[in-house]
Design a protein around this ligand. Structure first.
Ligand code: ADP
Ligand code: MG
Length: 283
């Protein structure tokens, strides 16, 4: 395999992207119409007092079971807004979002978000209590089962020893591991991650990417991951949706399953990163 396969085929970068690029993809798994998550022509807007800000314009993509699907685009292109809409926190102005064929209208425990900020853990709860909390609050599990599930998930992210620690005693990377364990414990249909490693130092960020991939290998959850880093998108994703600058429109969708930490710095990786840069920023 040489470079990443562009879903837009031979279309030049400046061509308008197709509205539903995924439906033309020969590499899509059988039954592509039955995608787990369908984002269909979604326009998202914020109404401020003075004007309406359009965050995304008719964005479409499909996420399949066990995908590591990445939304990649420059700051302000509407990535976080898309996650909020998938989370059910804001309603599309146009289009529809469907999970398992059901239109998304409100938040639910089948979609959990991990954010960039290190302060997403209530500081007065221990690590274990933090992971247990959503399980108990949503009445998914009783106390004993919730504790077992929490300890199991903490083991998966290498934090068994810190179950009784409080968040302020942990490093940024460890706090993010707790947030990931807490999200996984809920066994969501799709795990949403909004630049979860962006505030970490470079080495910790690299290790977190490695651990996330190992965790995915183990659990095979469905991941929708947001980043503005081309390199991170290529390392983490098996498929990448490229979004134009504000308001976000689909520029292209690429397959990137052949890239990972092993391919960093390789010629093929560099060439693909360059190509993505061109697709994102060339007019
Ligand atoms: P990204 O996550 O890709 O950086 P966002 O989704 O945060 O982008 O923002 C997309 C656009 O929507 C930006 O122009 C931003 O200024 C605007 N925006 C985001 N949140 C709000 C809000 N609460 N009110 C008004 N405009 C907003
Ligand atoms: Mg954002």
């Amino acid at each position: 395999m040489t470079a990443a396969t562009l879903r837009t085929g031979s279309a030049p970068p400046q061509a308008r992207p197709p509205v539903r690029p995924a439906s033309h993809d020969q590499a899509a798994p059988a039954g592509a119409g039955d995608a787990l998550l369908q984002v269909d022509g979604v326009t998202l807007e914020y109404a401020t007092r003075e004007r309406v800000v359009r965050a995304t314009h008719r964005v479409s993509f499909d996420v399949h079971q066990a995908d590591r699907f990445v939304l990649l685009g420059p700051s302000g292109c509407g990535k976080s807004t898309l996650l909020k809409a998938i989370g059910g926190f804001i309603a599309p102005r146009e289009g529809e979002i469907r999970l398992d064929g059901q239109a998304v209208h409100q938040p639910g425990p089948d979609r959990i978000v991990v954010f960039q900020e290190f302060d997403q853990l209530p500081p007065w709860k221990t690590v274990k209590a933090n992971v247990m909390f959503p399980l108990l609050a949503s009445r998914k599990l009783g106390r004993k089962e919730a504790e077992e599930r929490a300890l199991d998930c903490l083991a998966k992210v290498g934090l068994s020893k810190f179950a009784d620690a409080y968040p302020h005693t942990l490093s940024g990377g460890m706090k993010q591991r707790v947030a990931i364990a807490r999200a996984l414990a809920m066994q969501p249909k799709v795990l949403l991650m909004d630049e979860p490693f962006a505030a970490l130092d470079a080495l910790t960020r690299r290790r977190m990417q490695e651990e996330l991939l190992a965790l995915w290998d183990d659990v095979r959850f469905t991941l929708l991951f947001v980043t503005h880093s081309i390199e991170e998108a290529l390392v983490v994703g098996n498929r990448i949706l490229l979004l134009s600058p504000h308001p976000g429109r689909v520029r292209a969708e690429i397959n990137s399953h052949q890239f990972g930490l092993h391919s960093l710095g390789g010629a093929d990786f560099q060439a693909t990163a360059q190509r993505i840069h061109g697709l994102l920023f060339d007019q």
